[in-house]
Design a protein around this ligand. Sequence first.
Ligand code: NAD
Length: 282
Amino acid sequence: MSARVISGKEVAEEILSNDLRLRVEKLKGKNIVPKLVVILVGEMKASASYVAQKEKFAGKAGIESEVRRFEDTISEEEILDEINKINTDSSIHGVIVQLPLPKHISVTKVLNSIDPSKDVDGFTPSNVGKLFLGEDTLVSCTPKGIMSILKSADVNLTGMNVTVIGRSNIVGKPVSILCQQQNATVTMCHSKTRDLNAKLADADVIIVAAGVPKFINGDQIPNGAVVVDVGIHNIEGKLCGDVDFESASKKASAITPVPGGVGPMTVCALIENTIIAAERSS
Ligand code: NAD
């Protein structure tokens, strides 16, 4: 079997053309230009690259984006002050803090200080709680992007067995909840899971967010499963995911590539969340 490769890049472009640009035009007709602010602390190369991708996609959607850059010596208080200013600025609809932050700054404190209505990363307790309860909210971007990619590939999750590897707050936990809400039976695996292969054996869909390069290979994937690879690693200048694409694509029926899979969908979800926040403000 040779898997269908689901291009997140193409799906994101389709969403951009068929949905996001139209919604932005409609908002502009009401004199509202959606605006995203990104807080970037320090000089990490990977963070700068992710932020550049977000700015580029924002530009393509026709929304405004601004990156506020700070030295990594900035104090926690100064960041909290900055977020407070953004919270009260009605021209800004969404704000994200690019992670990681320097060690002397509490990520929890900083994220919790964001006004939930502008929390377009969907990380505040209020938005996470609403997601858990199945209420309308700003859903965090990577899980939201994964659900869009599955939808675009016509994967109907009702009754399916979904195995999620990873239980982080930003990927594993929220994507598990979203899959359950679409009537899947979800198995959540993590670093303490016994016999991971047994948990994969009857999976219809496998979502891998372990943060370990090429952690899952074709031998562990049942014939015909759909594989979503969330991981992203730069190994000697070459990008790869948490899945060994070559062997996995011989067993899966469909698979997301790295790069060009979940990454662009995450960026697309961020821009959509900013548009949603602007729509709600109108
Ligand atoms: P994390 O490090 O916070 O969590 C990793 C999870 O994997 C943990 O819950 C851990 O228990 C589990 N895990 C680790 N080793 C395991 C093992 N041997 N067996 C089973 N489970 C194991 O990572 P994260 O923030 O969720 O990110 C995961 C990966 O996804 C990383 O490579 C990250 O760079 C990538 N990522 C990509 C995007 C994107 O937009 N493409 C977004 C977020 C994260």
